[in-house]
Design a binder for this molecule. Structure first.
Ligand code: PPS
Length: 295
């Protein structure tokens, strides 16, 4: 079977010890010599942590809440995904070249693989983190529908791989901690998916301040409404349905799947939860990040 014009479900490739989608790994060489602009803004996340949500929010902010402008193209084009590379689709770098500044960029890369220019140029970062249990469940369903990943196997075996950092982009534990630490020396606004869910207006105000783009309260309310899960799920420019079915098969699992906090409770067994909690405590020992797995 073909993935548009490539291999179907290729195994992950290890780059500097980090497992990554084979096609994305191929993009990393050219990305290292790419020069970002100091006025770029990077949206960074571990996969399935609210990237698309915050991308839509930021695109609306950059366009003063103008819905028509935010319908101009798919989210992958409006917010270029720098390491994106899938046979038959434009690469992240190609999309970037056609994107006028000021640009919003997306990445899931851990720091070891991040293009150096982004740090050298002090490009501002909005980082979004989500609790590990909901990320694991969302990632499992994403593996099932996005055919650039290897087959996820059973939920039980996928959870083992997630805990061991043997999924695309490697360890969640390391990712959330190293980007948190980066905030000591680099301009990083560190947000939590659960906080946005709890009070989107408050979190959008934090973003406005960070990017230095004040907006009226009315416009902020409009952004909150347009970027709700319900609205984004039916918006083809935000829900990834514009990608070929060979890349993402929404009949297997929708990209906009549930959009809630705590769905893990429907999936984890009691034994899996106990094992996960014990492992989590070890991996996060000494870290002052607090995640909420329910609201
Ligand atoms: S990706 O592929 O890594 O970029 O995915 P990402 O966008 O980071 O995460 C996808 C999950 O975010 C949920 N989502 C939302 N939740 C609440 N509100 C809004 N507006 C929203 N938009 C996307 C999406 O449903 C995925 O989570 P799950 O738990 O699978 O539903």
């Amino acid at each position: 079977m073909e993935l548009v014009r490539g291999d179907y479900r290729p195994p992950l490739e290890y780059v500097k010890g980090i497992p990554i989608i084979k096609y994305f790994a191929e993009s990393l060489g050219p990305l290292q010599s790419w020069q970002p602009r100091p006025d770029d803004l990077l949206i960074s996340t571990y996969p399935k942590s609210g990237t698309t949500w915050v991308s839509e929010i930021l695109d609306m902010i950059y366009h003063g809440g103008d819905l028509e402008k935010c319908h101009r193209d798919s989210i992958l084009t409006r917010v270029p995904f720098i390491e994106f590379k899938v046979p038959g689709c434009p690469t992240g770098l190609e999309v970037l070249e056609d994107t006028p500044p000021p640009r919003l960029l997306k990445t899931h890369l851990p720091l070891a693989l991040l293009p150096k220019g982004l740090l050298d140029q002090k490009v501002k970062v909005v980082y979004v983190a989500r609790n590990a249990k909901d990320v694991a469940v969302s990632f499992y369903h994403f593996y099932r529908m996005a055919k650039v990943h290897p087959d996820p196997g059973t939920w039980e075996s996928f959870l083992d791989k997630f805990m061991a950092g043997e999924v695309s982009y490697g360890s969640w534990y390391q990712h959330v901690q190293e980007w948190w630490e980066l905030g000591r020396t680099h301009p990083v606004l560190y947000l939590f998916y659960e906080d946005i869910q709890e009070n989107p207006k408050r979190e959008i105000q934090k973003i406005l301040e960070f990017v230095g783009r004040p907006l009226s309260e009315e416009t902020v309310d409009h952004i909150v409404q347009h970027t709700s899960f319900k609205e984004m799920k039916k918006n083809p420019m935000a829900n990834y349905t514009t990608l070929p079915v060979e890349v993402m098969d929404h009949s297997v699992s929708a990209f906009m799947r549930k959009g809630v906090t705590g769905d893990w409770k429907n999936v984890f067994t009691v034994a899996q939860n106990e094992r996960f909690d014990a492992h989590y405590a070890k991996k996060m020992a000494g870290c002052n990040l607090n995640f909420r797995s329910e609201l």
